[in-house]
Design a binder for this molecule. Structure first.
Ligand SMILES: [Zn+2]
Length: 1013
């Protein structure tokens, strides 16, 4: 117990000091570097468990390894060097590392030659080791790298002292080509020109790799004789300040998030920033707003350029206040904006008019069911990228054993496992507090797969069986909750009266085989989850995020996936039991949360990760829509994230009034909540809910977006999963070292865009959808399997890392991936609720069966490998065809009907409407000429992504890079500097190949340092 008290103390101390505590409190045990940069942390005090969320638990082996008392650190691990004792670290630790830092405390007890502190790699020919005493005649600390190709790198430093604690850190900085060694927080040795690719040093197949503390890969060497404490492994090259901070062991400063800690390429202030160099002026603007609402300022203004350059719209960065003080009364004021790389300062005159009347649009569109739209091969008979990705997922999903996804549910309820079922790994393993989350995604994925596989009856019945099996089991379990067993023990039916577990003094999140409570009869009626109810209760009592027994992960996040999955199954198959399980658990949640004071709810939902609730507001509001039972809508309202939505409990501002309250927050913790507000609006018609979603979308896509459509990846705060600490500062505060663009966040942004489009047919939503779909979602899947990305790193020379090829261990992004790729056809077409209009949003070979109009529409194209598409009408009917003219279509769109040119207005960023009485066989040919264009980073415009039409082109790189790739393009026509084959989407600039990012599997540069001439 003592150790837990100590942990609680540490946690408490740094929560109070966290500099972003005003927004989100309750951060995890960290070191100011960023959770996503940490691979594993072994404190080695009582066990070798990994403290990070990655669950890369190590094993202590050998007869005389022991955790012993120590004056300096309390408890440490002792290895004697005699009985072949060592620490075995899971090989997965080395998966996809681009750079590597390892640090820890060592108390060396003798200086025998050949001992290793760390040794990792595939075999003695390809490995990386750190030896304390050295070999040969020269003593010292040696870091040694040998590669299979025969290269060797050695860094030699002064020998470690015997009989005292030393803190060592070894940093393999691959882009900088250096290996550095730090002793007690100070750099002690460096080797430069170390050309290395870790993916080649360590095998790609994790089974090949080996990683230990204390045991040499060469089996005849001596074992380590030392004491060890707090070993940490990072996926980034730590910088001197970070190492010094870790050595200073200021654990109470762990969440200091004042400024970026990692070194990043800087550009001089006088560096020309793309077209802004030619800028002579921009138009000022007039904007209107209502009292209380910050104005929505245009981020792009028309510019005037010199020297015959026809530059693009000019990005303006406006001040972004944290409240609405400037707009509390009717009147007028002026704001001055900035243009990066230019001294021109445009102004916006804001007129504040009367009160907001609370108007918001009605939902006037409907989506087609997944079974109504089928993906087709392209006009050359080839599978589209959409079909390829769909099939990778559908085939693998069809082979999964649903009992694996039920394993932890049965485990929680103390039930026998059926023969052949195996637990999932990663975030669903025995002791992971998020277990069950993959099951929720799985329910949705099999529901969507069932609805989407009308083209293959065998597959469809496979998924039908899986759905029935999953629901039957979950139903049986949920029926057991809160009811007496046949043996007649007592029970607790009331969800608000759940007692602590048998033999326990308090609620805890212990999910170990020995420690988990399984007294389901005490859990309140209707309870369903892959763990007991304790995590929900502990969150109410203020528990924070972390791996200890008095900490939680994100209980409501997990529950949201399960409820959404059950409702998805209900909606595609009419399975009443699925709805029953969701309703019963909805009742459980309503009962518990309904008793909490608002202040407690505010504090819960502001707690970092622990309070992450996915889209619980969406799920419960949807449950209300399906059942018409008001208790669910009331419960959904309890998930209002009041601070973010309304500023505070008086609703003074917040997103509802266009104030950016989400800067610096965890992206994927919040995007689903925003989606929830739209479902709340749908069911309550309360306009602020709509404004929250709409305002958020505009800010997120304008002020936080990378060119692939991702919105997360902050350097400040140091967390790859957060929005930057200030809007429109992607270069200053974004591009975090640990990766950017968490894929699940883009999955959610697409869902939000699509849902907003149902209310307001602004083509910008679908422009974003197209961007994210092609350049992130399609680009997130491995070449030959459904393995997929977590972060998609966009620093120069990055490489995508794909995980979960066999669907056996899921992170959040692996979870959303099985959803994304089983519904790729869902936003090509929409129809108006009155069936009088059809929206064609995306140019993807597909067939739509529009039942209410009794017509079939076939879209035949090889887009984006060609710039045209043909729609053929089968059947007849009178309706408006509304075709999206993308924003990128700067040369407009030509439309032919039955081969004849139609004079229809087709302005980029609008819908072209064709009203007609359609007859069988009518064809509509659309041609949308592609152009090259650059999309600069808003606050560092010389850094830009190259697009061809909607397709992001990535420079194909051979090796990791420190600096952005430099490119010079013709200022008057950038296309003149680019050669290549548009039909293959394969281009060349100065001998370097550019391919679609979705077709890029090796190293890439998505952002280029562009000069114009
Ligand atoms: Zn994710």
């Amino acid at each position: 117990m003592k150790i837990y008290r100590l942990l609680a103390f540490i946690l408490l101390t740094f929560c109070c000091l966290s500099t972003i505590a005003e927004a989100q409190s309750g951060d995890q045990i960290l070191d100011g570097i960023g959770e996503t940069d940490l691979i594993a942390r072994y404190r080695l005090d009582v066990d070798a468990k990994d403290w990070s969320r990655n669950n890369l638990h190590a094993l202590v082996k050998g007869a005389d390894a022991a955790f012993i008392k120590d004056k300096k650190f309390g408890n440490v691990l002792s290895l004697s060097g005699k009985e072949k004792s060592f620490v075995s670290i899971p090989a997965e630790t080395l998966t996809g590392v681009e750079s590597l830092s390892i640090c820890g405390w060592v108390f060396l007890q003798d200086d025998r030659q050949g001992q290793v502190i760390f040794d990792m790699g595939t075999d003695t020919k390809s490995h990386f080791s750190v030896s304390p005493a050295g070999n040969g005649s020269k003593g010292g600390l040696i870091t040694q790298i040998s590669t299979a190709a025969g290269t060797k790198h050695k860094t030699l430093a002064k020998a470690l002292p015997i009989g005292q604690w030393s803190h060592i850190a070894i940093i393999l900085d691959i882009p900088s080509k250096s290996v550095s060694y730090y002793l007690n927080g100070k750099k002690a040795a460096t080797s430069d020109e170390v050309v290395l690719d870790l993916s080649k040093l360590f095998g790609n197949n994790m089974g090949q790799n080996y990683f230990s503390i204390g045991r040499p890969l060469a089996t005849d060497g001596p074992y380590l004789n030392a004491k060890l404490h707090d070993v940490r492994i990072y996926r980034i090259p730590l910088n001197p300040r970070q190492v010094a901070n870790i050595y200073g062991k200021d654990e109470n400063r762990v969440n200091e998030r004042k400024e970026p800690q990692d070194v990043f390429q800087e550009f001089p202030a006088d560096r020309p920033q793309l077209f802004n160099e030619y800028l002579t002026g921009v138009d000022n603007v007039q904007v209107e707003t209502k009292v209380g609402h910050l104005p929505r300022l245009p981020r792009y203004l028309k510019g005037r350029y010199r020297d015959g350059v026809d530059g693009p719209m000019v990005r303006v960065i406006w001040p972004a206040p944290k409240d609405n003080r400037t707009v509390l009364e009717v009147g007028q004021y002026t704001i001055t904006g900035k243009i990066p790389g230019s001294s021109i300062a445009p102004t916006a005159t804001v007129t504040i008019k009367g009160k907001d009347k609370g108007a918001a649009p009605e939902q006037n569109l409907e989506a087609f069911g997944l079974g109504e739209v089928t993906l087709d091969t392209d006009t050359h008979g080839h599978s589209s990228k959409f079909i390829e990705n769909r099939d990778k997922f559908i085939t693998t999903l069809a082979k999964t054993n649903p009992d694996d996804f039920l394993y932890m549910f049965r485990n929680a309820f103390g039930q026998q496992q059926p023969a052949g079922s195996k637990p999932l790994g990663v975030w669903d393993s025995q002791e992971t507090k998020l277990r069950g989350h993959a099951t929720g995604h799985y329910l949705t994925a099999i529901a969507q797969a069932y609805a989407s596989t009308g083209y293959d009856r065998t597959l469809q019945s496979n998924f039908a069986e899986k759905m029935a099996h999953m629901v039957n089991t979950l139903f049986e379990l949920s029926q057991m909750s809160g009811k007496p067993t046949s043996s007649g023990n007592g029970h607790t039916a009331d969800p608000t009266a759940v007692p602590v577990g048998p033999g326990k003094a308090s609620y805890d999140s212990d999910l170990s085989e020995e420690g988990i409570r399984t007294d389901f009869w005490n859990w309140g009626e209707g309870f369903i989850s892959a763990y007991p109810p304790d995590q929900f209760i502990m969150l109410e009592q203020g528990a924070k995020y972390g791996g200890q027994k008095d900490q939680v992960w994100a209980p409501y996040y997990t529950l949201h996936k399960i409820l959404a999955g059950l409702m998805d199954i209900y909606e595609v198959s009419g399975n009443e039991k699925a709805l029953e399980v969701a309703k019963d658990m909805g009742y459980w949640v309503a009962a518990r949360l309904g008793k909490l004071p608002t202040e407690t709810l505010i504090s819960m939902w502001n707690t970092y990760i622990a309070g992450e609730f996915g889209g619980m507001n969406e799920a419960l509001s949807r449950l209300y829509r399906i059942t018409n039972e008001p208790q669910y809508l009331e419960a959904a309202k309890l998930f209002d994230n009041i601070t973010v939505f309304y500023g505070n409990s008086d609703h003074i501002h917040g997103l509802a009034k266009n104030v950016d309250t989400f800067r610096g927050l965890h992206a994927n913790q919040h995007i689903p909540q925003i989606m929830g507000t739209l479902e709340m609006y749908r069911n309550t018609k309360s306009a602020p809910y709509y404004h929250i979603a709409d305002n958020f979308w505009h800010m997120a896509t304008n002020d936080y977006m990378y060119s692939i459509g991702g919105v997360a990846g902050a350097r400040t705060p140091a967390n790859a999963e957060c929005f930057t600490s200030e809007p429109a500062t992607l270069y200053k505060n974004g591009f975090s070292a640990g990766g950017q663009n968490e894929t699940c966040a883009t999955y959610n942004m697409l869902k939000l865009s699509r849902n907003l489009f149902l209310f307001h047919q602004d083509p910008a939503y679908m422009d974003y959808y197209e961007r994210g779909l092609y350049n992130h979602i399609l680009a997130s899947v491995a070449e030959n399997s459904p393995a997929n990305t977590y972060h998609v790193p966009l620093r120069p020379g990055s490489i995508k890392q794909f995980g979960n090829p066999e669907m056996k261990g899921f992170t959040c992004c692996n979870g959303t991936a099985i959803e994304s790729s089983t519904k790729l056809q869902n936003s090509i077409y929409f129809k108006s609720a009155d069936d009088k209009s059809l929206y064609v949003n995306l140019f993807i070979p597909s067939t739509l069966k529009w039942k209410n109009q009794n017509v079939t529409i076939v879209q035949a194209t090889a887009f984006p490998k060609e710039d045209h598409t043909r729609l053929t009408i089968q059947g007849k009917g009178t309706f408006d065809l509304k075709v999206r003219v993308p924003q990128w279509a700067t040369k407009g769109m030509t439309i032919k009907i039955n081969g004849k040119d139609e004079k229809i207005k087709a302005v980029p960023g609008s819908y072209a409407t064709i009203s007609r009485k359609w007859k069988n066989g009518d064809t509509i040919d659309l041609r949308i000429p592609f152009q090259f264009h650059l999309e600069p980073v808003m606050d560092q415009q010389n850094l830009a992504s190259l697009f061809y039409g909607p397709i992001l082109l990535a420079a194909q790189e051979d090796e990791p890079r420190k600096e952005w790739r430099k490119v010079t393009l013709n200022a008057k026509n950038i296309g003149q500097s680019i050669s290549g084959d548009p039909e293959k989407l394969n281009f060349t600039i100065n001998g370097v190949t550019y391919k679609p990012f979705y077709d890029t599997y090796g190293r890439h540069s998505v952002y280029l340092d562009v000069s114009l001439e």
